[in-house]
Design a protein around this ligand. Structure first.
Ligand SMILES: CC(C)(COP(=O)(O)OP(=O)(O)OC[C@H]1O[C@@H](n2cnc3c(N)ncnc32)[C@H](O)[C@@H]1OP(=O)(O)O)[C@@H](O)C(=O)NCCC(=O)NCCS
Length: 221
């Protein structure tokens, strides 16, 4: 009941209909709702800060584009020059989102993973190309699992900025450099992918990675 009251107060009419007709487990529906709440709050704050325009969560509709990338929509977009880009990530019962003004094309991207997650070796082989895997043994002892998660989150955050996601893009979204001290990761985007997603004006994406509250976070904005 509490969940339905929450959904009624934050979702737009269209979103409420999506929510009511959504198939899948309760935990999946909860995850979706948490992601929507986080995204609406991120967009609301961004629009307030950048444009001094006050919005209610239900004014902000989060609509996926044809690749699944969330877009912030609503009547309010006609009142401002540029609509903020938004990105969502969830794991278990945590959802996060980031929103920001579009500067020189591209957008924002975020990904999170639980720090205790261990990515099996066969998945590491599939998710990272040889050039990236070389960086793993070069990581100080005790930090390797964490850095595998940081690389994972950096690539996912980059895939969300591009709008392609990461599936099928292993070599096209590649880690070029990382700084162990600062957690900064530089990710390159293959020419053909950058051409396909024309919003993207730059071929390298800087992702900040860090650990917070039991999560590894990759964020680029
Ligand atoms: C869909 C994908 C973008 C992220 O999925 P995920 O890790 O399963 O889930 P996350 O919680 O991190 O992100 C989900 C959110 O990504 C967003 N998303 C989905 N497709 C997207 C796209 N093409 N572009 C940008 N954002 C996208 C959506 O907002 C989604 O949340 P929502 O369904 O509630 O709206 C995609 O990269 C994927 O499926 N990855 C699978 C994991 C994998 O193989 N990773 C390899 C790491 S190197």
């Amino acid at each position: 009941m509490y969940r339905n009251i929450l959904a009624d107060s934050v979702l737009s009419r269209e979103e409420r209909s999506t929510w009511q007709n959504m198939k899948g487990s309760n935990s999946w529906r909860n995850q979706w709702l948490r992601g929507r709440i986080a995204a609406k709050e991120a967009v609301r704050r961004s629009v307030q800060d950048e444009h001094d325009l006050a919005l209610f969560p239900a004014d902000i509709e989060i609509v996926p584009d044809r690749h699944g990338r969330p877009m912030a929509c609503g009547m309010w977009t006609s009142q401002i020059a540029s609509t903020p880009s938004v990105s969502i990530a969830h794991t278990g019962d945590v959802a996060v989102a980031v929103a920001g003004r579009l500067v020189h094309g591209g957008g924002v991207g975020i990904d999170i993973e639980r720090i205790e997650r261990v990515i099996p070796e066969n998945v590491v082989q599939y998710a990272f190309c040889e050039q990236e895997r070389i960086l793993i043994p070069a990581t100080p002892d005790g930090l390797r699992q964490e850095w595998i998660l940081r690389f994972w989150c950096a690539k996912e955050a980059a895939g969300k900025i591009i709008g392609s996601g990461i599936i099928g893009q292993t070599g096209n979204i590649r880690i070029e450099e990382r700084r162990i001290q600062s957690g900064k990761v530089t990710v390159s985007v293959a020419e053909k992918l950058a051409r396909k997603f024309k919003d993207l004006k730059k071929k390298t994406i800087r992702v900040a990675t860090f650990q917070s509250d039991g999560l590894v976070v990759g964020i680029s904005c």
